[in-house]
Ligand binder design. Structure first.
Ligand code: ARG
Length: 459
């Protein structure tokens, strides 16, 4: 069994069951590249301030590169008795370099070390998720041109409400994902402060230079309070909160497309490769990928309360409870990354069923609001116009017809201000074309927004 790093204080051997219970190597091995990066910066700084020689620094940095290679090739055997990735790497270093290896942990503790590793990990994760979100946005924007002539019913309460151009839907998702990106970027500022050198909880009496390690690792500056560093996981909670909002956005999109893919809606065809069949019903083609994106939202959202509860009531500074942070965070991150990676292919591969959509576009009085606004333009008070059109809709329902089917006389009997020009707003296509306000679903505002998004994503 490998000797412990804290062997001096202990006389007996540790219990194998306890080792299995306390280990984290089974889930923190993926921190190896960040651990090596942090250790190399630390060694560089130790040499700079004279705590180790330049030769020792070079030996340490070189050996760390070799060790990382070994880990990445799967050649390092992991053992619960060495607890975590930090101890595995330090042990391998000492095995190689002896006393020189025993100097690396000067002026640092595993507490600031794990905090540094996790901040480097989360920083990179944020950048990756940001790129994946941009890919999803791009896939939507790419669809816009081809779908520019398709009108879709817009819904509230899942009841037909007003018509919009199809790209208006695509760009609505771009907006949501843009806010997700902005939230990630904002959280990144709080991630990007260096924990390294805060040591166990109180800093060090040695002349370490935390500004230098912060700079070497690309952090904006060192975090200012060692007690806070050792206990702070706020930035991780912010990150999983931001991930859970992405999950909610993806889940809403998945739900919408699952509905649109149903026979009842019939709006959307999904690429065959994103659907699966049934083991018994030969005709089936199920939107399993979308259902799983919706389903996996559960574990991403669950990571937020899991981490809040983990932190709740912890006294300062480091407590071993904090080791559990990685389980929730890694799972939420991996889940969102996997969902986002699938999306662009599905978004560009899906097709709107134009004929089926068009065939039912006059159902549901999508032009009723346009008719009301026509009356407002004629000087009718809004509430009166609302009531007038409401009555006309009721009449149409009785007759089993649309507003366009009514004769001018029938329309005029509801309001004598209506004349022949009403034909310009009746019908779903006209009602869509009538939408001109900034950010609305009509032709011009949507074209303007497509241009804005193209520019934004190009830069
Ligand atoms: N594996 C531990 C964690 O993830 C590293 C820090 C251990 N620190 C300690 N004082 N036991 O939190």
């Amino acid at each position: 069994m490998a000797a412990k790093a804290w062997g001096g204080r202990f006389s007996g051997e540790s219990d194998a069951q306890v080792e299995m219970f306390t280990e984290s190597i089974s889930f923190d091995a993926r921190l190896a590249p960040y651990d090596v990066q942090g250790s190399q910066a630390h060694a560089t700084m130790l040499a700079e301030v004279g705590l180790i020689s330049n030769e020792e620094r070079d030996q340490i940095c070189g050996a760390l590169d070799e060790i990382l290679g070994e880990i990445e090739r799967g050649e390092m055997p992991f053992s619960a008795s060495l607890e975590d990735i930090h101890m595995h790497i330090e042990r391998a270093l000492i095995d190689r370099l002896g006393d020189v290896g025993r100097k690396l942990h000067t002026g640092r503790s595993r507490n600031d070390q794990v905090a540094t590793d996790m901040k480097l990990f989360v920083r990179e994760a944020i950048d990756r998720i940001d790129g994946l979100l941009a890919d999803v946005q791009r896939a939507f924007v790419e669809r816009c041109e081809g779908d520019q002539d398709v009108i879709l019913p817009g819904y509230t309460h899942l009841q037909r409400a007003m018509p919009v151009l199809a790209p208006h839907y695509w760009l609505a998702y771009c907006e949501k994902f843009q806010r997700d990106r902005e939230r990630l970027a904002d959280g990144r500022k709080r991630v990007n402060l260096s924990p390294l050198g805060a040591a166990a909880l109180a800093g060090s009496s040695l002349p370490i230079d935390r500004h230098q390690t912060a700079e070497l690792l690309g952090f904006s500056e060192p975090a200012a309070n060692s007690l806070d560093v050792s206990s702070d996981r706020d930035y991780q909670i912010e990150f999983v909160q931001n991930l859970s909002l992405i999950a909610v956005h993806l889940s809403g999109l998945a739900e919408e497309w699952i509905l649109w893919f149903s026979t009842e809606f019939g709006f959307l065809s999904l690429p065959e490769s994103y659907t699966t069949g049934s083991s018994i019903m030969p005709q089936k083609r199920n939107p399993d990928v979308l259902e799983l994106i919706r389903g996996k939202t559960a574990r991403v959202i669950a990571a937020v309360p899991q981490m809040l509860v983990l932190l709740k009531g912890l006294p300062m500074a480091y407590n071993r409870d904090l080791q559990e942070d990685k389980i929730a965070l890694f799972d939420a991150y991996d889940t969102i990354a996997a969902c986002l990676e699938l999306m662009p292919g599905m978004i560009s591969g899906a097709a709107l069923n134009r004929d089926a959509i068009a065939a039912r576009l006059e159902e549901g009085f999508l032009d009723a609001t346009a008719l009301m606004e026509y009356l407002i333009k004629k000087g009718v008070p809004m509430r009166t116009g609302h009531e007038t059109v409401g009555k006309l809709v009721a009449e149409c329902e009785n007759r089993g017809c649309t507003l366009s089917d009514l004769s001018l006389e029938q329309l005029q009997s509801a309001c004598d201000l209506i004349d022949e020009d009403v034909r310009k707003v009746l019908g779903t296509k006209n009602a869509m074309a009538a939408l001109v306000s900034y950010g609305s679903g009509g032709k011009e505002p949507v074209t303007e927004q497509i241009g804005r998004w193209r520019e934004r994503l190009d830069s």
